[in-house]
Design a protein around this ligand. Sequence first.
Ligand SMILES: [Zn+2]
Length: 238
Amino acid sequence: MRKNLIMGSNLVILIAGLLLLGCASAPPSLTYREQLDIYKDMKIRLYQVARPIKIAGVGVCENTAIDKGKSYHSLHDYPEKLRPVAESYWGLSEKLKLLFEKQSSNISNCQAPLILDYDKAPNAYTDGESIFVTPALLNKVDDLALSLIIAHELAHIVLNHVDKEQSEELEREADRFALFMLAIAELDYRKATLQDAASKPPHKNGQKYLDTSKREIYFREVVAEIDKLKEEGKALVP
Ligand SMILES: [Zn+2]
Protein backbone atom coordinates (compact mmCIF):
# COMPACT_ATOMS: atom_id res chain seq x y z
CA MET A 1 0.00 0.00 0.00
CA ARG A 2 2.73 2.38 1.08
CA LYS A 3 4.85 1.39 -1.90
CA ASN A 4 1.94 2.01 -4.23
CA LEU A 5 1.46 5.45 -2.77
CA ILE A 6 5.11 6.30 -3.35
CA MET A 7 4.93 4.96 -6.87
CA GLY A 8 1.76 6.98 -7.37
CA SER A 9 3.46 10.19 -6.25
CA ASN A 10 6.48 9.39 -8.41
CA LEU A 11 4.14 9.06 -11.35
CA VAL A 12 2.66 12.48 -10.55
CA ILE A 13 6.19 13.97 -10.41
CA LEU A 14 7.07 12.27 -13.69
CA ILE A 15 3.96 13.61 -15.42
CA ALA A 16 4.54 17.10 -13.97
CA GLY A 17 8.16 16.93 -15.17
CA LEU A 18 7.10 15.93 -18.66
CA LEU A 19 4.56 18.77 -18.74
CA LEU A 20 7.24 21.26 -17.66
CA LEU A 21 9.62 19.95 -20.31
CA GLY A 22 6.83 20.31 -22.82
CA CYS A 23 6.35 23.96 -21.79
CA ALA A 24 10.07 24.72 -21.88
CA SER A 25 10.51 23.40 -25.39
CA ALA A 26 7.47 25.24 -26.74
CA PRO A 27 7.98 28.47 -28.70
CA PRO A 28 9.17 31.22 -28.26
CA SER A 29 12.61 29.69 -28.55
CA LEU A 30 14.11 32.12 -26.03
CA THR A 31 13.26 31.80 -22.34
CA TYR A 32 11.53 34.70 -20.67
CA ARG A 33 14.74 35.51 -18.80
CA GLU A 34 16.71 35.58 -22.07
CA GLN A 35 14.09 37.88 -23.60
CA LEU A 36 14.30 40.16 -20.56
CA ASP A 37 18.10 40.30 -20.78
CA ILE A 38 17.86 41.31 -24.44
CA TYR A 39 15.37 44.09 -23.67
CA LYS A 40 17.52 45.26 -20.75
CA ASP A 41 20.58 45.48 -23.04
CA MET A 42 18.48 47.40 -25.57
CA LYS A 43 17.49 49.91 -22.88
CA ILE A 44 21.15 50.37 -21.93
CA ARG A 45 22.12 50.80 -25.58
CA LEU A 46 19.39 53.39 -26.12
CA TYR A 47 20.57 55.33 -23.10
CA GLN A 48 24.22 55.24 -24.18
CA VAL A 49 23.59 56.19 -27.80
CA ALA A 50 21.10 58.95 -26.91
CA ARG A 51 23.28 60.54 -24.24
CA PRO A 52 25.71 62.55 -26.44
CA ILE A 53 22.83 63.71 -28.65
CA LYS A 54 20.78 64.87 -25.67
CA ILE A 55 23.81 66.73 -24.29
CA ALA A 56 24.48 68.30 -27.71
CA GLY A 57 20.88 69.56 -27.83
CA VAL A 58 21.02 71.51 -24.58
CA GLY A 59 21.27 74.93 -26.27
CA VAL A 60 18.01 74.39 -28.15
CA CYS A 61 15.90 72.17 -25.87
CA GLU A 62 13.05 73.71 -23.94
CA ASN A 63 13.25 71.10 -21.18
CA THR A 64 16.63 70.22 -19.81
CA ALA A 65 17.65 68.17 -16.80
CA ILE A 66 20.83 67.09 -15.10
CA ASP A 67 21.98 63.67 -16.28
CA LYS A 68 23.71 61.95 -13.41
CA GLY A 69 24.99 59.15 -15.64
CA LYS A 70 22.41 56.68 -14.36
CA SER A 71 19.55 54.89 -16.03
CA TYR A 72 16.59 53.32 -14.24
CA HIS A 73 13.94 50.75 -15.04
CA SER A 74 10.70 49.44 -13.56
CA LEU A 75 8.18 46.72 -14.41
CA HIS A 76 6.46 49.15 -16.81
CA ASP A 77 9.49 49.01 -19.10
CA TYR A 78 8.84 45.39 -20.06
CA PRO A 79 6.05 43.57 -21.90
CA GLU A 80 3.19 42.57 -19.61
CA LYS A 81 3.70 38.84 -20.04
CA LEU A 82 7.34 39.16 -18.88
CA ARG A 83 6.64 41.26 -15.78
CA PRO A 84 6.12 38.37 -13.33
CA VAL A 85 9.49 36.98 -14.43
CA ALA A 86 11.16 40.42 -14.13
CA GLU A 87 9.77 40.55 -10.58
CA SER A 88 11.34 37.25 -9.53
CA TYR A 89 14.47 37.52 -11.70
CA TRP A 90 15.52 41.09 -10.83
CA GLY A 91 13.28 41.91 -7.89
CA LEU A 92 11.75 44.60 -10.09
CA SER A 93 8.62 46.47 -8.97
CA GLU A 94 6.60 49.49 -10.05
CA LYS A 95 9.27 51.70 -8.47
CA LEU A 96 12.32 52.80 -10.41
CA LYS A 97 15.38 50.68 -9.79
CA LEU A 98 18.95 51.38 -10.96
CA LEU A 99 19.52 49.69 -14.31
CA PHE A 100 22.90 51.01 -15.24
CA GLU A 101 25.50 53.45 -13.97
CA LYS A 102 27.96 54.84 -16.44
CA GLN A 103 29.70 57.66 -14.66
CA SER A 104 28.95 60.08 -11.88
CA SER A 105 28.78 63.12 -14.11
CA ASN A 106 26.33 65.97 -13.70
CA ILE A 107 25.85 67.15 -17.25
CA SER A 108 22.85 69.10 -18.42
CA ASN A 109 20.96 67.39 -21.23
CA CYS A 110 17.66 67.49 -23.11
CA GLN A 111 14.87 65.86 -21.17
CA ALA A 112 13.49 63.18 -23.48
CA PRO A 113 13.28 59.68 -22.02
CA LEU A 114 14.00 56.82 -24.41
CA ILE A 115 11.30 54.16 -24.27
CA LEU A 116 11.13 50.72 -25.89
CA ASP A 117 7.90 50.15 -27.79
CA TYR A 118 7.33 46.42 -28.27
CA ASP A 119 5.48 46.81 -31.55
CA LYS A 120 6.79 44.32 -34.11
CA ALA A 121 7.49 46.80 -36.95
CA PRO A 122 10.75 48.77 -37.19
CA ASN A 123 9.75 52.23 -35.99
CA ALA A 124 10.78 55.33 -34.03
CA TYR A 125 8.53 58.23 -33.07
CA THR A 126 7.86 60.82 -30.40
CA ASP A 127 4.82 62.09 -28.53
CA GLY A 128 6.56 65.42 -27.94
CA GLU A 129 8.06 64.37 -24.61
CA SER A 130 9.55 60.90 -24.96
CA ILE A 131 11.24 59.07 -27.81
CA PHE A 132 9.95 55.59 -28.63
CA VAL A 133 11.99 52.98 -30.51
CA THR A 134 11.00 49.40 -31.33
CA PRO A 135 13.32 46.39 -30.86
CA ALA A 136 12.84 45.60 -34.57
CA LEU A 137 14.41 48.95 -35.49
CA LEU A 138 17.24 48.53 -32.98
CA ASN A 139 18.10 45.19 -34.57
CA LYS A 140 18.36 46.82 -37.99
CA VAL A 141 20.78 49.69 -37.31
CA ASP A 142 24.26 50.24 -35.87
CA ASP A 143 24.93 52.83 -33.16
CA LEU A 144 25.75 55.66 -35.56
CA ALA A 145 22.57 55.12 -37.58
CA LEU A 146 20.68 54.94 -34.29
CA SER A 147 22.20 58.31 -33.27
CA LEU A 148 20.78 59.88 -36.41
CA ILE A 149 17.36 58.36 -35.70
CA ILE A 150 17.32 59.54 -32.08
CA ALA A 151 18.52 63.01 -33.14
CA HIS A 152 15.73 63.10 -35.77
CA GLU A 153 13.13 62.33 -33.08
CA LEU A 154 14.65 64.87 -30.70
CA ALA A 155 14.38 67.40 -33.54
CA HIS A 156 10.64 66.74 -33.81
CA ILE A 157 10.37 67.55 -30.08
CA VAL A 158 12.56 70.67 -30.16
CA LEU A 159 10.92 72.04 -33.31
CA ASN A 160 7.41 71.44 -31.93
CA HIS A 161 6.42 69.24 -34.85
CA VAL A 162 4.24 66.90 -32.85
CA ASP A 163 0.94 68.74 -33.23
CA LYS A 164 1.55 69.49 -36.88
CA GLU A 165 0.65 67.25 -39.78
CA GLN A 166 3.55 65.09 -40.94
CA SER A 167 5.01 66.33 -44.21
CA GLU A 168 8.13 66.17 -46.36
CA GLU A 169 9.09 69.65 -45.17
CA LEU A 170 8.95 68.71 -41.47
CA GLU A 171 10.89 65.51 -42.11
CA ARG A 172 13.60 67.51 -43.86
CA GLU A 173 13.74 69.99 -41.00
CA ALA A 174 14.18 67.10 -38.57
CA ASP A 175 16.92 65.52 -40.72
CA ARG A 176 18.80 68.81 -40.95
CA PHE A 177 18.58 69.44 -37.23
CA ALA A 178 19.62 65.84 -36.53
CA LEU A 179 22.82 66.13 -38.59
CA PHE A 180 23.73 69.34 -36.79
CA MET A 181 23.20 67.57 -33.44
CA LEU A 182 25.52 64.77 -34.55
CA ALA A 183 28.16 67.31 -35.59
CA ILE A 184 27.86 69.16 -32.26
CA ALA A 185 28.19 65.82 -30.45
CA GLU A 186 31.37 65.27 -32.53
CA LEU A 187 29.95 62.14 -34.11
CA ASP A 188 30.71 61.24 -37.72
CA TYR A 189 27.72 63.00 -39.33
CA ARG A 190 29.01 62.30 -42.84
CA LYS A 191 29.34 58.58 -42.24
CA ALA A 192 25.88 58.57 -40.65
CA THR A 193 24.40 59.68 -43.98
CA LEU A 194 26.09 56.86 -45.88
CA GLN A 195 25.45 53.10 -45.54
CA ASP A 196 21.98 53.41 -47.07
CA ALA A 197 20.88 55.76 -44.28
CA ALA A 198 18.52 57.59 -46.65
CA SER A 199 16.56 54.40 -47.27
CA LYS A 200 16.04 53.83 -43.55
CA PRO A 201 13.54 56.43 -42.38
CA PRO A 202 12.91 56.38 -38.64
CA HIS A 203 9.13 56.22 -38.87
CA LYS A 204 7.01 53.29 -39.96
CA ASN A 205 5.39 55.38 -42.72
CA GLY A 206 8.57 57.39 -43.33
CA GLN A 207 9.02 56.32 -46.94
CA LYS A 208 5.89 58.29 -47.78
CA TYR A 209 7.62 61.55 -46.79
CA LEU A 210 11.28 60.72 -47.21
CA ASP A 211 11.97 59.68 -50.77
CA THR A 212 15.33 57.88 -50.70
CA SER A 213 17.00 59.64 -53.64
CA LYS A 214 15.77 63.09 -52.61
CA ARG A 215 16.87 62.41 -49.05
CA GLU A 216 20.36 61.40 -50.20
CA ILE A 217 20.73 64.71 -52.04
CA TYR A 218 19.45 66.62 -49.05
CA PHE A 219 21.84 64.80 -46.71
CA ARG A 220 24.74 65.83 -48.97
CA GLU A 221 23.60 69.47 -48.92
CA VAL A 222 23.42 69.57 -45.13
CA VAL A 223 26.76 67.77 -44.72
CA ALA A 224 28.36 70.35 -47.06
CA GLU A 225 26.77 73.17 -45.05
CA ILE A 226 28.15 71.78 -41.77
CA ASP A 227 31.58 71.16 -43.32
CA LYS A 228 31.68 74.81 -44.46
CA LEU A 229 30.69 76.16 -41.04
CA LYS A 230 33.37 74.03 -39.42
CA GLU A 231 36.01 75.10 -41.93
CA GLU A 232 35.19 78.74 -41.27
CA GLY A 233 35.24 78.13 -37.52
CA LYS A 234 31.63 79.30 -37.20
CA ALA A 235 29.12 78.09 -34.64
CA LEU A 236 27.05 75.06 -35.55
CA VAL A 237 23.53 76.43 -35.24
CA PRO A 238 20.89 74.41 -37.06
ZN1 LIG B 1 10.41 62.39 -38.71
